[in-house]
Every structure is written in C-alpha cells, then in structure tokens.
Design a protein around this ligand. Structure first.
Ligand SMILES: C[S@@+](CC[C@H](N)C(=O)[O-])C[C@H]1O[C@@H](n2cnc3c(N)ncnc32)[C@H](O)[C@@H]1O
Length: 531
C-alpha cells in the first residue's frame, strides 16, 4: 500500500527502536533517513537495503528551507511512484524536527496516507537518566529562543526542558556550541527571575551510540553562560524545592532493580525493554499489565526489596514513560536503601500526543500535566491538561480520551518580546563580530588594518568599511539600489560585493560600543591572536 510512515529510532539504535517502528522499517519499500550517524545508517541498511540518505541535500550556501523541500520532494516522489516509504530520524520524529514536519505536510497535501509513529526522544532519555519526576511536577518544554523572543509563562513548580541552548542566538548552519554566551546569559537571567540565580540546572547529552556515556554538567543559573557546551545538550531546570536524585552514572554496571516503561501501548515497547523482559524472573507490574506481559502484581511490604539482587534483579514495569508513572517514587526508596537501580526510557504519553495532533513541540512549545490549576487563561505553550475543568473553557480545546485530558493548541499569533532579545544582541556583540569575521574569506581578512588593542582594531576597521562603502557610493550604482535604501538591499543580498563592508561597519560599531560598556573583548582578542 502506498503510504508514508514517519518513524523515530530513539537515541540509541537498535536498543530504543520500538516494536511497531521496527515493523514499519522492515515493511517499507523505501527508507529515507535524516541523520549522518554512521552506526544508525549501517543498522538501517542491513535491516532494509532500500535505503536513501537524505543528508545529501545539505550543501554549502543552500538554505535550510530548500534542503527540507528537496527532502520532502524525494519522499513524495517515491509515493507518487507507487511505493511505500518510511521517513526516519533519530529520537522522536516530531520532536524539534523540521524536515519530518514539512514532509508530513506535503505528503498529506498530495493525498497520501501518513502514519506517525512515536520514538524515544532525547527528552525521554533525559528524564530517565536524570531521574526526573514528570508525574507530580509536569513539564514545560520549549526551544531556548522561545523564552527570549516569545516569553513563556514559566512555572517554577514545574520542570523546564529547554532545547537548543548551545545554538542559541545562531541562525547560521556552521555554528559553534555555546558561541553566543550573551544569549545564554539572558536565557539564564529570564529563568533566574523565577528560580533564583543559585538554582542548579543540568546540562545533559544522552548517549547516541552503544558504548558512549551520557554527559552531565550541573551549574547554578548564574554560571550557565560559562559552562562548556556540547552541541547536543538539552537543559533541565528542576522545579523549585525539587529534591534531585543523583543522575545515573552512565556506566552500565549491574543493578538490583530495573524500572522500565513500555510506552502508551505494548507495541511501543523498545527493543531493550522487550529483551530485558524476555525470560526475566521477578517481573512486577505497577498497573494492569498488557496481556502479553508475564508480570506479577507488586508485592506488599518488604518483599520486593528482598527480591532485588544484582544476580537476579527485580523489574517493575510501568505503562508510558516510567518517570510519569511512579518509577521515581521507587527510585527514591531504592536510593534510601542503597539498592542500585536503573530507569530505562520509553515512549511517553506526550510523544503519542505529538503524533496524534500532529504537532512538534519545537513550534510553539508544549506543557503537560502542570501541577495545580493552569496558571493563565491565555496559554503561551500548547497544553495537555489533566484537569479538564481548567482547560475546557479555552478556545480550541480538544478532549483527549487516553489518558483523560484536554489538549489546547498554542494561541496564535504568538507575542514577540523585544527587550530580552535586544539585551542578548548587545551582550553578544563581540561574539557576533568574531562570527562575522570568521565567515569571511582569507583575502577579506588579510586586507583589514592591524591595531594594538581590540577596541582600536574595531575603530579602525569600522572606519575602513565606511570608507569602502563611500567609495562604492561614489563610483558605482550602489546608491540607486532599492529606491535608495541600499543598506537594506545589502542586508538582504549577502552575495553583493559591498554586503561584507556594511556588515563589517555594523559589527565593528556594535562591538566597540559593547566593549566600552564593560563587555569582555576576550573573543576578539583570541581571534586576533589566531590570524
Ligand atoms: C533537531 S533537535 C532533534 C531532537 C530529536 N528529534 C529528539 O527526539 O530528541 C536537536 C535537539 O535535540 C536535543 N538533543 C539531540 N540529541 C541529544 C542528545 N543526545 N542528548 C540530549 N539532547 C539531545 C538537543 O536539545 C538538540 O538541540
């Protein structure tokens, strides 16, 4: 049958691949993969040799929009040819994944059926490895830039999961993690308004391939902008007063207690959890177990703890994601008793909601199951509410049956807040000047003037840029462009020979002013020392 499956592999492949994703991968006539991870590519190729790497569409000086369009064209072309296709990405296919979103829209518009299958996202791994209680505290999930540009009604009683912190402030392709420290500082300032500057937050990079350890850095908000950044970091801000459990060590040492989830339905069980449960003894279900699962009800009193040993670990199986279904209570008790345990990630209820709506929490953010009544009537994040009476009066609310909940889409258009963004641009002025200089040709850089201090360098080269622009205005038709508004024309046409001079003038001016107001000149000093 001609159809598109949209599939997520989870972070670790094949251990995170769910039962029904695996089936779709085997069944599809053609696989399209969006990731340059060689291990995952190799695994997919041996599962289904009709494999196409969509990363070939990325190219220097090619816009992201065009790249995603070319990917979507490939997928729709395959369907038009009468074949079924699986569009595959790592993690969850609709968690911060623009290419899947575009391909889904275009496949639907072309009239082909689409089935979106949830995968284990980086956030699901974060919850498991950092032992985050998402059951009692809820989650607010958004991209770092959303907090700066759109404002989010941050609830300090709730975990914040913030994506794309290392690339904050950078809209170019070849970004360096954490380059725009000024932006990260403003992000931390916005959070500190609710959590305080001493509040400890956790930067997390989950393992992407077998054998890799996850990476965790815990810093107070006041020092977030100084933390070394890894490209894949996601930030967890625990609720105020939350008693953090020690994160998983990352080493796969023997444990005496396994806390595992099988996802919203049994077909969402991951390969690692299914394997763990196959032939296991001491398996207990926290809820009514699915038919196929041989699990005893949880024993009363001390019995479970007596049956925990590293030779024959006890396993408690939870529906959905274990951190949303009671596993953290067991994790706390295990910690108190000194029992080694592990929490395995699973597909969550939220993951299923993203597929059903469909919706990407990267567009507009998402909040689920906040403790207490919803904070405001006008919601700035798409919302899944456990207490229907809170949300049912809101416009566009949709009742959800499984689990009983109400979903409310984010109100559009979203507000734009200028102040944090302007402050971030100011604090990052020196970093932005360096990023601009790094993107220029060696000839352009070699023709710049030298000077004894960074400030003088900026002054002299800002003046050099002005001089070049004046010459161009006198000797070329520059002044005629765009009805005289040539600066706007140059900003919109970076390929014009004078565009770099305009940007040099602007970046030097901003950085000169920033250093004058006390912002560190270190990034520029470092760049000057390297040329
Ligand atoms: C383009 S999104 C893709 C997310 C992916 N679809 C998922 O389900 O996790 C990239 C963002 O995901 C998060 N991310 C990706 N890989 C990660 C990892 N190994 N550990 C933690 N976060 C990760 C980071 O916040 C990063 O900025």
């Amino acid at each position: 049958m001609t159809k598109l499956w949209v599939v997520g592999l989870g972070l670790m492949c094949p251990s995170h691949v769910t039962k029904r994703c695996w089936q779709a991968l085997e069944q599809a006539d053609q696989l399209f993969f969006i990731s340059d991870n060689l291990e995952k590519q190799a695994w997919l190729r041996q599962l289904n040799p009709n494999f196409r790497d969509l990363m070939v569409h990325y190219g220097p000086n090619k816009s992201r929009t065009q790249t995603y369009q070319d990917m979507a064209d490939d997928v729709v072309g395959c369907l038009r040819g009468g074949q079924s296709a699986a569009l595959v990405s790592y993690g969850h296919p609709l968690v911060f994944c623009d290419p899947s979103r575009l391909a889904i829209e275009q496949t639907m518009a072309a009239g082909f059926p689409v089935e979106i299958l949830p995968g284990i996202s980086s956030m699901d791994c974060l919850l498991a490895d950092l032992r985050v209680d998402s059951e009692n505290y809820g989650l607010q999930i958004y991209e770092a830039s959303d907090l700066l540009i759109h404002g989010v009604d941050v609830s300090s009683n709730c975990s914040q999961i913030i994506f794309q912190v290392p690339s904050l402030g950078d809209s170019t392709g070849g970004w360096k993690p954490g380059r725009y420290r000024g932006f990260i500082r403003v992000l931390a300032e916005c959070l500190a308004e609710k959590f305080g500057t001493d509040h400890e937050v956790v930067l997390y990079r989950g393992a992407n391939v077998p054998g890799q350890l996850h990476h965790i850095d815990i810093v107070p908000l006041a020092r977030l902008h100084e933390a070394p950044m890894i490209a894949e970091y996601t930030l967890w801000v625990p609720p105020v007063g939350y008693e953090r459990l020690a994160p998983a060590s990352g080493e796969h040492d023997a444990v005496a207690l396994e806390l595992v989830g099988y996802g919203p339905k049994w077909h969402d069980v991951s390969q690692e959890v299914e394997e763990l449960l196959t032939g296991a003894v001491n398996v207990f279900a926290a809820d009514t177990p699915p038919d196929r699962l041989q699990a005893a009800p949880l024993p009363p009193g001390e019995e479970l703890w007596q049956r925990c040993s590293s030779e024959r670990p006890a396993t408690i199986v939870f529906p959905g994601h274990p951190c949303a279904s009671g596993a953290i209570r067991w994790a706390r008790e295990a910690t108190r008793r000194g029992v080694a345990f592990r929490v395995r990630p699973a597909v969550s209820i939220e993951d299923q909601v993203y597929c059903d709506v469909p919706l990407d929490p990267g567009i507009g953010g998402f909040q689920s199951f906040l403790p207490g009544p919803l904070p405001v009537k006008h919601l700035r994040l798409a919302t899944l509410a456990r207490t229907p009476s809170d949300a049912e009066s809101l416009p566009d609310a949709v009742a959800w049956s499984e689990p009983p909940a109400v979903f409310v889409p984010v109100a559009q258009p979203r507000e734009i807040h200028n102040e944090p963004l302007m402050r971030a641009l100011k604090l990052s002025a020196v970093e932005r000047a360096v990023a601009f200089l790094e993107s220029q040709s060696p000839e352009f850089v070699a023709a710049l003037r030298s000077a004894p201090t960074p400030r003088m360098w900026l002054k002299m080269n800002g003046a050099l840029a002005t001089q070049r622009l004046n010459q161009a205005l006198e000797s070329t038709d520059l002044s005629q462009l765009n009805n005289g508004n040539w600066p706007l024309y140059l900003l919109q046409h970076p390929e014009h020979p004078q565009a770099a001079n305009l940007l040099l003038e602007i970046r030097c001016g901003e950085a000169f002013e920033a250093i004058g107001s006390g912002i560190s000149d270190a990034p520029l000093k470092e760049w000057l020392a390297g040329i």
